[in-house]
Design a protein around this ligand. Structure first.
Ligand SMILES: NC(=O)c1ccc[n+]([C@@H]2O[C@H](COP(=O)([O-])OP(=O)(O)OC[C@H]3O[C@@H](n4cnc5c(N)ncnc54)[C@H](O)[C@@H]3O)[C@@H](O)[C@H]2O)c1
Length: 373
C-alpha cells in the first residue's frame, strides 16, 4: 500500500511516526513510503536516512495526503489538515476523538477509516500503544523533577540522587501503572527514598517484583496519601483518573500539608482531576506555583525525548501498520479484534461508543459497520 508520513504540526511536537528502520521494514514488504520534507529532523532522522531505506521525500503535505492510502502519524489531525483528507483513506495515529470534536466532524464528513492508537488493546485488555509513551512520560517526569528542584530553577535546592551522609530525598509516586513504574524505577535507581501507592494490590505486587529493594509500597487511601504528601519532596501523579470523577485525590486545601515549595509532577495531567490544582502546561513554560507548591504539568512529556519516543512508538505501532498494509484494512479489522477496538470511524459512521456518548452523536459498533456477525 502507499503510506504517507506527515511532519507533525502540533506546537513543540518533535516526534514522527516512523524511523528509517521502520521504512525499511515497510518497503521490504512491497509498500511505498512517502515522508514529508524534514518530518524526522526533530527526532534526529534526516531526509537522506529515510531515502537510504527506500522512502521518497515529498515537499508539500497536500501532495503527501493526496498520494497516500494510509496516513501514519503521531498526534491528532489539525484543521489545516482536514481538507487534505479523502474518502476511504486510513488515518492511523493517536486520534482522541472524544477530546477534539472538530476533528471528529472532519473524519466523519470525509468518510475516512480512523484507527486510534490509544484504543487498541492486547490479550490482557491493556493498551499496548499507550504503554511505551507512558513509560517515557514517567521516566521523563522524574528527569524533569531532577531539574525543577534545583535552586537555580526555583526549587528547594535538592539533588535527587544519593549523597553520602545526607538524608535521601523523598519521592512519592501515586499510581503503579506504566508511567508510575517508569518514574519509580529511575527515582529508586538514583538512591532516593521512593514510595509507590496504588489502589490495585495486584499492581503493587507486580511493582514490588520489578522495582529495586528499598522501595516502599503503600495502599492508596486518604490517610496514607496525607501522610505521604507531608514528607514528600517530589510527588509524581501517575494515576489514570476516570473521566467521570469530579472529586480530587489531592485538593487545593491539602497543599498546605506539603513542604513549602516542594514539587508536584502531574504526569497524568488531567485538569481538575486527581490533583485539583493541575492545569496543563507546555515545554515552553512548564511550571507554575500554586498554594506555595511548584506544579509541573506538561501534557506531552515524551516529545522532549523525541528520538527515544519516536523509536519506542514506532516499535509498538509498526506491526499493526504492517498487518493493515498486508491484508488490507477491512480484512485486518475483521481478523484482529484488538486492532478493531481502535476503530474510531468507518465510512462516515462513528464507531467509538465513548465519543458517541460524550459528544451526543449516533454511533455503531465496529462489528456492525464491518458486518461481522
Ligand atoms: N504527560 C504526558 O506527557 C503523558 C504521556 C503519556 C501518558 N500520560 C498519562 O499518564 C496517565 C497514566 O498512564 P499509565 O499508562 O501509567 O496508566 P496505567 O493504567 O498503566 O496506570 C494507572 C494506575 O493508577 C492506579 N490508580 C487508579 N486510581 C488510583 C488511586 N486513587 N490511587 C492510586 N492509584 C490509582 C491504577 O490502579 C493503575 O495502576 C494517563 O492519564 C495518561 O494519559 C501522560
Amino acid at each position: 500500500m502507499i503510506i504517507g508520513v506527515p511532519k507533525e504540526i502540533k506546537n513543540n511536537e518533535y516526534r514522527v511516526a516512523i524511523t528509517p528502520d521502520g521504512v525499511k521494514e515497510l518497503c521490504a514488504r512491497g509498500n511505498k513510503v512517502y515522508i514529508e520534507n524534514n518530518a524526522g529532523l526533530g527526532s534526529g532522522f534526516s531526509n537522506a536516512e529515510y531515502e537510504d531505506m527506500g522512502a521518497e521525500i515529498l515537499y508539500s503535505p497536500k501532495e503527501l495526503f493526496e498520494k497516500s492510502e494510509i496516513i501514519y502519524k503521531v498526534k491528532e489531525l489539525f484543521p489545516e489538515e482536514f481538507d487534505y483528507l479523502k474518502e476511504g483513506q486510513i488515518i492511523f495515529t493517536y486520534i482522541h476523538s472524544n477530546a477534539f470534536r472538530e476533528q471528529t466532524d472532519a473524519l466523519l464528513e470525509k468518510k475516512v477509516v480512523g484507527i486510534a492508537y490509544e484504543d487498541i488493546t492486547d490479550k490482557n485488555n491493556e493498551f499496548p500503544l499507550l504503554k511505551p509513551m507512558s513509560e517515557i512520560a514517567g521516566k521523563g517526569g522524574f528527569l524533569m523533577a531532577v531539574q525543577c528542584v534545583q535552586k537555580i530553577n526555583g526549587g528547594n535546592g535538592l539533588m535527587l540522587a544519593d549523597v553520602c551522609g545526607v538524608k535521601k530525598a523523598e519521592i512519592v509516586v501515586i499510581g503503579a501503572g506504566n508511567s508510575g513504574l517508569g518514574a519509580a524505577e529511575l527515582a529508586a535507581s538514583l538512591g532516593n527514598k521512593v514510595t509507590v501507592m496504588d489502589i490495585n494490590t495486584v499492581k503493587l505486587e507486580r511493582a514490588k517484583e520489578v522495582l529495586p529493594k528499598g522501595v516502599e509500597f503503600l495502599y492508596s487511601n486518604k490517610k496514607n496519601i496525607e501522610d505521604c504528601i507531608k514528607k514528600s519532596d517530589v510527588l509524581i501523579n501517575c494515576i489514570l483518573w476516570p473521566k467521570h470523577r469530579t472529586d480530587h485525590l489531592i485538593t487545593r486545601d491539602m497543599l498546605k500539608l506539603m513542604k513549602p515549595n516542594s514539587l508536584i509532577v502531574d504526569v497524568s495531567c488531567d485538569e481538575g482531576g486527581a490533583i485539583e490544582t493541575c492545569r496543563s502546561t507546555s515545554h515552553d513554560n512548564p511550571v507554575y506555583s500554586e498554594g506555595g507548591i511548584i506544579h509541573y504539568c506538561v501534557d506531552n512529556i515524551p516529545s522532549a525525548f523525541s528520538q527515544t519516543a519516536t523509536t519506542s512508538l514506532c516499535n509498538a505501532t509498526l506491526p499493526y501498520l504492517i498487518e493493515i498494509a498486508s491484508k488490507g484494512v477491512r480484512k485486518a479489522l475483521c481478523e484482529n479484534e484488538h486492532l478493531r477496538r481502535g476503530l474510531t470511524c468507518y465510512d462516515g459512521v462513528l464507531t467509538l461508543e465513548e465519543t458517541g456518548l460524550k459528544q451526543k452523536r449516533p454511533y455503531s459498533s465496529p462489528e456492525e459497520v464491518l458486518n461481522i456477525v
